[in-house]
Design a protein around this ligand. Structure first.
Ligand code: G3P
Ligand code: MG
Length: 269
């Protein structure tokens, strides 16, 4: 796969947070095992230029791409991630649970995923899953991984449900674009985002209201919704300020003329 030479996110976009209109949730997770390199590559083939993935910490501090606290649902193994070290990753199959054709797909590290982003020119929403662990070591590890990539400031939007880990990261990375995630945001979400220095709110589409979009406009925040796999359910918000969708199947939006226009409007606007 070659790096696109005219990628909008590499040229003339001062802030990653200006993008992120159609984001592949855990990669192309409708058609490939979630949070794997093959799911990210498939998202690219489907036309997505943004992926979302979940970053968890193994017992030895290695950052790996996995949503759950345990291996049970999405690999051929069981048990908590906290009991693993990087040496265990080679023996884990994160693909065959989804389909025999994905057998042998590795449980990827953050490093491998950042290498893929580097190779393809993707932008990404990196979601931190601290799972109750102390925020500082998690934030330090993410900051260290991103500091090694000169493009992270413009191509990576870091998010989390955990305000503590984002606050810790903000101290380490004053300029990194951040998004706070709520399933259903509290009334004072604009104050929380302002204090944190976040520029985006990510939330469940079921709780989005016209009032939230009005407040976002007033304060200059971007709103993105997850996990939306039916454009009709958020149609009223397409023309009233919604900035992004996080979907398991990007072609639902990318191949839909009105939603493609919506995304293009944001890009040129
Ligand atoms: O980042 C948006 C979404 O991924 C948050 O929920 O549980 O799918 O990680 P979850
Ligand atoms: Mg996620």
């Amino acid at each position: 796969m070659t790096k696109p030479v005219t990628g909008i996110y590499f040229h003339g976009r001062p802030d990653t947070d200006s993008g992120g209109h159609v984001i592949a949730h855990r990669g192309a997770s409708q058609d490939a095992p979630e949070n794997t390199l093959v799911a990210f590559r498939l998202a690219y083939e489907q036309g997505a230029r943004w992926i979302e993935f979940d970053v968890s910490r193994l017992g030895d501090g290695t950052l790996a791409i996995h949503h759950d606290q345990t291996l049970d649902r999405c690999t051929d193994r069981t048990g908590p991630l906290s009991q693993l070290t990087s040496a265990d990753l080679a023996g884990i199959d994160a693909g065959s649970w989804f389909g025999a054709q994905f057998a042998g797909e590795p449980l990827a590290t953050l490093k491998q995923t950042l290498d893929l982003i580097d190779e393809t020119g993707f932008s990404a929403n990196l979601e931190i899953k601290p799972r109750g662990a102390s925020p500082e070591p998690m934030a330090r590890a993410v900051a260290q991984a991103l500091d090694a990539r000169p493009w992270a400031r413009t191509n990576i939007l870091v998010s989390s449900f955990d305000l503590g880990v984002l606050t810790a990261l903000r101290k380490l990375m004053p300029d990194q674009p951040l998004a706070m995630i709520y399933r259903n945001p509290p009334a004072d979400w604009p104050e929380i985002l302002s204090t944190l220095g976040a520029s985006s709110l990510h939330m469940r589409y079921q709780h989005l209201t016209a009032d939230i979009l009005t407040q976002a406009r007033k304060h200059g925040f971007h709103i993105r919704v997850f996990t939306i796999n039916d454009p009709a359910r958020i149609e009223p918000f397409r023309t009233t300020g919604l900035a992004g969708v996080i979907t398991d199947h990007p072609p639902l939006f990318l191949d839909n003329p009105v939603w493609a226009d919506w995304a293009a409007g944001w890009i040129s606007g």
